[in-house]
Ligand binder design. Structure first.
Ligand SMILES: [Zn+2]
Length: 805
């Protein structure tokens, strides 16, 4: 067992070089000890002060002939050059001519920073000391205890308080010219946003969210935030966000939110940070035993981030976002043969990249939400807080959580959750008539082909409204009959409130009833019907006319959930079949009525999300309608001062109307823009040109890394919404395939990006894409490109069915 590590790091910031000494305090280890160490040059090992034998092979240091002793201190000396070309492990996050040195270890990169037992269940205390150039700020998990002089007057030693017992993947060290803004939470920790100097003026919003979220989460978990401080470190070059205990890191836009930011920017930042804050308990205080429960770690934090944010800011209507971005979004891949169960067996941490996808986040979070709506909010919360208390500073497995929920609810949680996390896919529930009763049947919902084997049914908690009355039952058999009060059926809506992770298909006359009462339904229910029909159309379970009938009703809706969902679907349809009459008619009718409802300028009566929807619809309409783009384009002259929500729309309109000259202007502003979210808005324009050559130039510009390497995801994604440059983007992706990998840094991001982009941009080049991606030997395993290619074939089939002219 290892009880603690004393980590002494001598960091030459200017040269990017580390000399490290780690003292491993161990008990009862016997005469051998294997430690993980990768990309480190080990220069010496001692045990209780005496040199011992060691062998460093295959990223493991085997230390042998350790003298017999109950307690022993093994000291390893090593050196490490900080690489220039990565954004994981220990790396440089660049801005202008400067950089921060920062770390990012999940799942298995701590071993590239110091020799250790790099396994989440080997929790230990970390005593961290860093010597570096005077004048630099050093941040770690624990509060800074003191700064000491060293023999060299130009170098200072930063000594940190011991951490609590924690896993290696959560260790953090950051060095650089950080500027810090702090706020103290009453009776709680000090919260500090650390960023480059310009960021400090934009830290206020997230400080407020973080303080309130810490308080609210502490109450929910029944355990206050366990540390004395929380750093939130905004990194200029960094793709994601990471929950290092007491030292959360993220891309800048998730922390630095200016006053001019739109509702979407604020909400996205808040949800991202609240997610990392949930991990401070669920993940950091209580940690999974092994990586096969990573899905629970992520799904739970995701579910909770919406729950807590919704409590802090109910006007944001977070659950509508949840449904669109997670629930419906993961269904789109969970309907494929190439999907996988939520829970995965993980032998080697490197395999996590193969399962850490839309399923682990989106479906996992949706299934947890379904469980909560089945058990009831209070009972669910009680089970969670008991679990957190019981396993604080320890490791647990998903079964431990189910047990806690069973104890608080008296329901068969293990059985229900067991089925949902080990079965692939999700069910389609069909509601039909049987005599005077309703007949509910279930089968696996697949977009293509038939299910190979029947398999056992899902235990589905069904909430259904029949003639205005709510019934609840567990559909755990292939079919079930439900009586109708009064025998005459007027209307039925299953999955009321969309708490369940399944799709519903109705009889024809039931659709008639739903269409005529559509506008009296709740927003989530309307969105649910439209989502299910979209999926059913893709699966060729219903005729496109049924879908177009309902999406046609969405022009009139004024709720966020339905408007958001309908626009997402129409954008995709336009991206793959822009010349289909049905698609064009549906897009025009939806966008024209929504823009008439919202008008083009902010109104005093705007609700929280109206501005965002206005900008989103204007952006779509600018791509579709030349006259509208012409009208909007002149606003680009005052781009800086524009309402933030409208910026992407204006950039798109400007690019499409002005053409090549607009390219230089957008590029000129981009290079000077430090605010990451502002840049994303400009990229929307940079890849919106009608001329494929300009879109290629835009992608070349992004790939040059001139602005920021971590920017590259967005232009590639936005480019997929421009069918005029579809082929050009696909050819570009093929030419720059390796470069995309370098820019995005992780295989996971590459897979995620391609999954979102290729099924659209290669919709007319299905065979070419299949040949190209199948030849990528580096992507094996059950995820790989299988989902991308299957989704591509579904899109190509749908495109043919929509009869583009
Ligand atoms: Zn997370």
């Amino acid at each position: 067992m290892i009880s603690s590590y004393d980590l002494d790091l001598n960091i030459d910031f200017e040269r990017g070089f580390i000399q490290g000494t780690v003292a491993v305090h161990a008990t009862n280890i016997g005469e051998h000890l294997d430690l993980d160490a990768k990309e480190l040059a080990i220069t010496g090992v001692t045990a209780d002060g005496k040199p011992v034998k060691f062998r460093h092979e295959n990223d493991i240091i085997r230390i042998s002939q350790i003298p017999e002793s109950e307690e022993i201190v093994i000291v390893l000396r090593y050196e490490k050059k900080i690489p220039d070309d990565v954004t994981t492990g220990v790396y440089k996050s660049r801005y202008g001519k400067e950089y921060f040195i920062a770390t990012d270890f999940e799942p298995d990169r701590a071993r590239t920073f110091f020799p250790c037992k790099d396994d989440p269940s080997w929790k230990a205390v970390f005593n961290i000391r860093v010597v570096t150039e005077a004048g630099l700020t050093v941040i770690s998990n624990s509060p800074l205890s003191r700064i000491e002089d060293t023999d060299d007057p130009g170098r200072k030693r930063h000594v940190f308080e011991p951490t609590p017992k924690m896993s290696t993947y959560l260790v953090f060290v950051g060095v650089g010219r950080f500027s810090e803004v702090s706020r103290r939470l009453e009776g709680g920790p000090t919260v500090t946003v650390a960023s480059r100097a310009e960021g400090s003026q934009r830290a206020d919003f997230i400080l407020g969210i973080a303080c309130n979220a810490l308080k609210e989460s502490g109450q929910y978990f029944g355990t206050p935030y366990p540390l004395e401080k929380l750093h939130m470190i905004a990194l200029p070059e960094y793709g994601g966000a990471m929950e290092n205990w007491g030292a959360i890191t993220s891309y800048e836009a998730a922390m630095l939110v200016g006053k001019e930011a739109g509702a979407f920017d604020r909400r996205t930042a808040a949800i991202t940070m609240v997610h990392e804050i949930q991990h401070q308990w669920f993940g950091d205080l209580v940690t999974m035993k092994w990586w096969d429960d990573i899905w629970l770690n992520e799904s739970f934090a995701t579910f909770m981030s919406y729950k807590i944010t919704d409590r802090l800011r109910p006007e944001w209507d977070c659950w509508s976002d949840f449904l669109s971005n997670l629930g419906f979004d993961s269904m789109a891949v969970d309907q494929l043969h190439a999907t996988h169960p939520i829970q995965a067996r993980i032998g080697n941490p490197a395999e996590i990249n193969e399962v850490f996808d839309r399923i682990s986040y989106g479906k996992g979070a949706s299934v947890i939400r379904m469980m909560e709506s089945f058990l009831g909010e209070d009972i669910f919360a009680r089970g969670i807080s008991n679990y957190i208390r019981k396993f604080s500073y320890l490791n647990a497995r998903s079964e431990d959580l189910w047990k806690s929920l069973e104890e608080s609810s008296d329901q068969p949680v293990s059985k229900i959750m067991g089925a949902w996390i080990t079965k692939s896919g999700f069910p389609l529930v069909t509601v039909g008539r049987k005599g005077s009763k309703l007949l509910f049947t279930q089968k696996r919902f697949l977009l293509t082909g038939k299910e190979e084997e029947s398999g056992s049914p899902w235990p589905i908690p069904v909430n259904v409204q029949i003639n205005g009355e709510l019934s609840k039952f567990l559909l755990d058999t292939p079919s079930k009959e439900i009586g109708i009060k009064g025998d005459v059926l007027r209307q039925v809506k299953a999955n009321l409130g969309q708490g369940g992770y399944y799709c519903v298909k109705y009889d024809e006359d039931m659709y008639d009833a739903l269409a005529s009462s559509f506008h009296s339904l709740g927003g989530l229910d309307k969105a649910g019907i439209v989502n299910d029909l979209f999926q059913l159309m893709k699966a060729e379970e219903v005729d496109p006319s049924v879908y177009f009938r309902f999406v046609g009703l969405c022009g009139e809706v004024d709720d966020y959930a339905t408007a958001l969902l309908a626009s997402t679907q129409l954008q995709l349809l336009w991206g793959i079949a822009e010349t289909s009459k049905d698609v064009e008619r549906a897009c025009r009718s939806f966008l024209e009525s929504q823009l008439a409802r919202l008008t083009l300028t902010p109104r005093a009566t705007d609700r929280e999300n109206d501005g965002y929807l206005r900008g989103r619809f204007a952006s779509m309409f600018s791509r579709l309608d030349d006259d509208f783009a012409k009208k909007l384009a002149p606003q680009f002259d005052g781009f800086r001062a524009l309402d933030s929500n409208m910026k992407p729309a204006v950039a798109v309109a400007y690019a499409r109307t002005v053409g090549e000259k607009a390219f230089d202007e957008v590029e000129r502003i981009l290079v000077k823009t430090e605010d990451e979210t502002e840049r994303w808005k400009l990229y929307a324009g940079l890849v919106a040109f009608d001329e494929p050559g300009l879109v290629e130039r835009a992608l070349d510009f992004v790939a040059s890394g001139r602005v920021s390497r971590s920017d590259s995801y967005w232009p590639l994604l936005f480019g997929a919404w421009n069918p005029r440059a579809r082929r050009a983007e696909w050819e570009w992706i093929k030419r720059n395939y390796d470069r995309i990998g370098e820019l995005l840094g992780s295989r996971l991001y590459v897979l995620m990006l391609l999954q979102r982009v290729v099924p659209t941009v290669a919709v007319e080049n299905e065979k070419d894409a299949t040949d190209f991606l199948s030849a990528d030997r580096s992507s094996r395993g059950r995820m790989g490109h299988g989902q991308t290619l299957e989704l591509l074939s579904v899109h190509a089939r749908l495109r043919r069915r929509l009869r583009p002219v």
